[in-house]
Design a protein around this ligand. Structure first.
Ligand code: PXP
Length: 246
């Protein structure tokens, strides 16, 4: 089976920093530790309200990282300009407002096809690998393929929530949907990523989907780092991913 990459999302190091308006903890330091722990990429979401990652964080990440940056952003003119200035390895388009979301929580691509096609074209021309964060839904996947996205990242949040709530039959149905939609997206020529809400308990079944090439994981890892340290948390996540893949 193809290699499964781990992208470590460092947003919530910045959340803790911003809670006190201090300079620490520094998300760029966390990114460097994640690299040392074997992360294949770093993910950071520059939100319109800058509630965690800031513009300066993105500049410093671009200067410092030796692994690719996956820059998450909303489909706005402001964010497009920032992405075109930095030209990160990857840009992942995510919903920030309720009306941009499908019922499952990913980006509403199907109803916004024309606008999104024009929005991502210059990013792709600038050499960024454009990824669209969507629900595991055939109509959204087909729309992502039609607008020329290279990658779809499938939203695993519902699966993880159902697991946490102990609703195991529904969780398994959601997992089956994710599995089928990974295969469907792959059959359309899209690279398949997945993420949101993944933990040590939930990562294995998703890591086992043969079509998935990358997982992006943040909140749980940053939380776990409080107890065991960031590197051991990442090592354990990687171990579980490899075990599921084997
Ligand atoms: N993938 C995407 C597109 C996201 O927006 C996020 C959250 O920022 C993640 C993955 C990581 O989710 P979590 O922080 O819950 O692991």
């Amino acid at each position: 089976m193809d290699l499964l990459r781990l992208g470590v999302n460092i947003d919530h190091v910045a959340t803790v920093r911003n809670a006190r308006g201090s300079a620490y903890p520094d998300p760029v330091r966390a990114a460097r530790l994640a690299e040392e722990a074997g992360a294949d990429g770093i993910t950071a979401h520059l939100r319109e309200d800058r509630r965690h990652i800031t513009d300066t964080d993105i500049e410093r990440l671009m200067e410092t990282l030796t692994v690719p940056l996956n820059f998450e952003m909303a489909a706005t003119d402001e964010m497009q300009k920032i992405a075109l200035r930095h030209r990160p390895h990857a840009v992942c388009i995510v919903p920030e407002k309720r009306e941009e979301r499908t019922t499952e929580g990913g980006l509403e691509v199907a109803r916004e096809e024309n606008r999104l096609a024009h929005f991502i074209a210059p990013l792709a021309e600038a050499g960024c690998r454009v990824s669209i964060f969507i629900a595991a839904d055939a109509a959204q996947i087909e729309a992502a393929a039609r607008i020329g996205a290279a990658v779809v990242e499938l939203h695993t949040g519902a699966y993880c929530d159902l697991h946490a709530e102990g609703k195991f039959a529904e969780r398994d149905a959601e997992l089956q949907r994710l599995r089928e939609m990974s295969a469907f997206a792959h059959s359309l020529g899209l690279e398949v990523h997945a993420g949101h809400g993944l933990t040590f308990d939930t990562v294995g079944p998703v890591a086992a989907f043969p079509e998935v090439r990358e997982l992006n994981i943040g909140h749980f890892l940053i939380g776990e780092a409080i107890f065991v340290g960031l590197k051991p948390a990442i090592h354990e996540m990687r171990r579980l991913m490899n075990a599921a893949r084997a």
